[in-house]
Design a protein around this ligand. Structure first.
Ligand code: ATP
Length: 416
């Protein structure tokens, strides 16, 4: 397990700067999500870690190692994509085995590269001849003709045993990861014979089988339907936590980010707005953007008239509860979660709205309404849901906003 560190990086496509002065430390063994709206730069930041985008400034570290300019194949990372990227002509087993085989040949190339290979232009003809000679030997071995050799025997069976040793090792690893996603019995099928969810599980297997230092996930669940997305994100989290792999996950789906992550970095126009645990970003948003982006909410605009009181344009008073004294007349944005609006007229600061939509969901009623000043409000009714479900679109209703649950912002920054 290794940590990841972005230190003051800047990335651009030609003249178009996507991120600049970007800092982020990702602790080892965590699932960290880069969350933000489309185009905010999350994929670019992920690609800088994979080596597909080279920062024009700053450094990227994997553990203590500076990998800023290291080619992708020399970084021990693996990536899962939105479109699975499985080989359609290879079986599930071979798809998962593929990465292992590739790394094996890389390792072998390093191990087997002799010192004299540096003078390859001199030795090249020798290796051509040796290669042709080896092919002839292998062909003869297949015909089961024993070959005498001074150094080592090259019979077909011996060659097969040598290959099988590696194959056995690979087979064990592949079956082990397939077992993690309960798809070991599908190993002989082609990707097209599996569902989208199963294919994405295979893509996960293919990435983790090579035991990367960091697993990179680029919107891996976007192609799946909502129900399957919920199922698979739980499964992915369970598996990643089980093997304890450092994971950087990119999504624009805030619900997915809350469910899957240990930590979330919320990006807006290439800038991190907040970095924290899912509970921190949800219950303690530090900027207006975060409060509006994470979870459902309504934003009311008002002017401060007293300590902890603001007046909306419609003349209604909204109470909040913060320590700081905001000067009278200051414009504030008040963000309220739908579950923090209670439907009662017995209050000192009632707020009235007209129902636009109403949905009965069994244990709760979800409403949207319009305040007198035109603001759209989201309201979740958790108590006496059946009673409110009988109301009609166009009805007027009075509510009360719990003051302790109102987030207050001045110029987009939270005031406490
Ligand atoms: P999405 O969720 O839509 O994938 P994102 O947050 O991952 O968005 P990026 O893909 O990092 O955003 O793109 C950030 C910005 O860089 C966007 O404005 C995009 O248009 C631009 N961009 C991305 N790739 C390239 C490219 N190869 N060449 C030029 N501009 C690009």
């Amino acid at each position: 397990m290794v940590s990841v560190k972005y230190q003051n990086i800047g990335c651009a496509y030609d003249d178009f700067v996507v991120v600049e002065g970007f800092d982020l430390e990702i602790p080892h063994g965590t699932i960290t999500t880069l969350l933000g709206p489309s185009g905010c730069g999350k994929t670019t930041v992920l690609r800088a870690l994979a080596g597909f985008v080279e920062p024009f400034e700053g450094n990227v570290f994997l553990g203590d190692k500076d990998i800023t300019v290291l080619p992708p194949q020399n970084r021990n990372t693996a990536m899962i994509f939105q479109n699975y990227a499985l080989w359609p002509h290879l079986t599930i087993f071979k798809n998962v085995e593929y990465g292992l085989k590739l790394r094996e040949s890389d390792e072998q190339a390093v191990l087997e590269t002799p010192w004299y290979s540096r003078f390859f232009w001199v030795t090249k003809p020798y290796f051509w001849i040796k290669g042709i000679f080896n092919r002839i030997l292998t062909f003869l071995a297949k015909l089961k003709i024993p070959i005498k050799s001074k150094e080592k025997s090259n019979t077909y069976l011996e060659k097969k045993a040598e290959i099988d040793k590696k194959f056995d090792y690979r087979r064990k690893k592949v079956i082990d990861v397939l077992k993690l996603v309960h798809l070991e019995d599908q190993a002989d099928k082609l990707p097209t014979q599996l569902s989208g969810g199963q294919q994405q599980r295979i893509a996960l297997c293919r990435a983790i089988v090579v035991e990367p230092d960091v697993l990179l996930c680029d919107e891996p669940l976007s192609n799946l339907d909502a129900k399957l997305r919920r199922e698979i994100r739980t499964e992915i989290r369970t598996i990643i936590k089980k093997i304890g792999m450092t994971t950087v996950y990119v999504t624009h789906d805030q619900e997915e980010a809350l469910a899957i992550s240990d930590r979330i970095a919320i990006l807006h126009e290439g800038i991190i707005q907040q970095y924290g645990t899912p509970t921190e970003v949800f219950s303690d948003p530090q900027t207006l953007f975060v409060a509006q982006f994470i979870g459902s909410s309504s934003t009311l605009i008002g002017k401060v008239i007293n300590k902890n009181e603001a007046e909306l344009e419609s003349g209604e008073i909204v109470k909040y509860s913060i320590k700081e004294n905001i000067p009278t007349g200051t414009k504030v944005s008040l963000v309220v979660r739908p579950e923090n609006i209670l439907l009662t007229s017995k209050t000192e600061s009632p707020i009235e709205y007209q129902i636009n939509t109403i949905e009965y969901l069994g244990t709760e009623v979800k409403m949207t309404g319009t305040l007198k000043d035109g603001t759209i409000m989201l309201v979740d009714v958790l108590e006496n849901a059946e009673e409110y479900a009988r109301m009609n679109v166009g009805d007027n209703i009075t509510g009360y906003i719990i003051p302790e649950e109102v987030f207050v912002f001045i110029d987009g920054k939270r005031v406490y």
